[in-house]
Design a protein around this ligand. Structure first.
Ligand code: 1Q0
Length: 211
């Protein structure tokens, strides 16, 4: 698994995410996350509590996509419309739809913001930058505000186990440091666009605080 990871695959998935009319395909969105999870698994077992949660969310979305109403889950836009029109979303507190596609994707969406910030700081980092610091700064500016203390604490511990910058660039498996940096420069606008489209859609439908 670890050997097959490449930053390029992540990039390809996020590139494939956007349809011609700028809808976000659920299929490629979750494939992008699967790639990232396989990357995270190669970093060691301290991260398994994070990857378990990510995998379970990916699985929930995949089940919808493969299920009898799968055609409604083709894009994030069609999913939001379908689930809202059919009252399949718990809007204020968890009730009869605790695992809606909308609330599940929102968790990954918030994590995508973390990824965007982290990769951007990796891209612009210098040799003496610390991955653990970049990672926790990105986390504090994004996901942390949605997590209770105990998770923030556990995440902080995990970040300390991150490999250093050099090892990190190696694991991305995309050539020399310079090539990785170039590729990050290509990947980031795509990730940002997917993030922004989802963010606007969720904001418009008042879904940004789903329980
Ligand atoms: C490599 C370091 C990875 C650091 C990931 C930072 C995220 C930390 C998140 C820690 C929390 C995870 C435990 C569970 C949290 C849930 O409570 C929470 C809310 O869900 P719910 O159902 O309780 O309402 N879940 C989440 O917030 C979702 C978190 C998903 C995190 C997915 C992270 C996937 C990471 C991929 C590694 C990317 C490596 C970066 C380098 C990429 C190079 C191309």
């Amino acid at each position: 698994m670890a050997d097959s990871f490449s930053l390029r695959n992540v990039l390809e998935n996020f590139k494939s995410c956007l349809s011609d009319n700028k809808e976000v395909y659920v299929k490629y969105y979750i494939s992008g996350w699967r790639e990232l999870v396989s990357f995270m698994n190669s970093l060691g077992s301290v991260f398994s509590f994070i990857s378990k949660d990510a995998v379970s969310k990916i699985q929930i979305l995949e089940n919808f996509l493969m299920g009898e109403n799968g055609t409604h889950y083709l894009t994030v836009q069609s999913m939001v419309k379908y689930e809202l029109d059919n009252e399949l979303v718990d809007l204020t507190k968890r009730g009869s739809h605790p695992e809606s596609g909308c609330r599940t994707l929102l968790r990954l969406h918030r994590a995508l913001r973390w990824l965007q910030l982290f990769l951007e700081s990796l891209r612009t980092s210098t040799e003496d930058s610390k991955t653990s610091v970049m990672c926790s700064e990105a986390y504090n500016a994004s996901l942390a505000q949605h997590h209770p203390w105990i998770i923030r604490k556990a995440a902080g511990v995990a970040f300390c186990a991150l490999p250093g910058r050099d090892a990190f660039f190696e694991v991305m498996n995309a050539g020399s440091h310079q090539e990785v940096i170039t590729l990050l420069g290509e990947a980031l606008p795509l990730i940002s666009e997917v993030y922004q489209i989802t963010e606007d859609l969720y904001a418009k439908n008042k879904l940004l605080d789903l329980p």
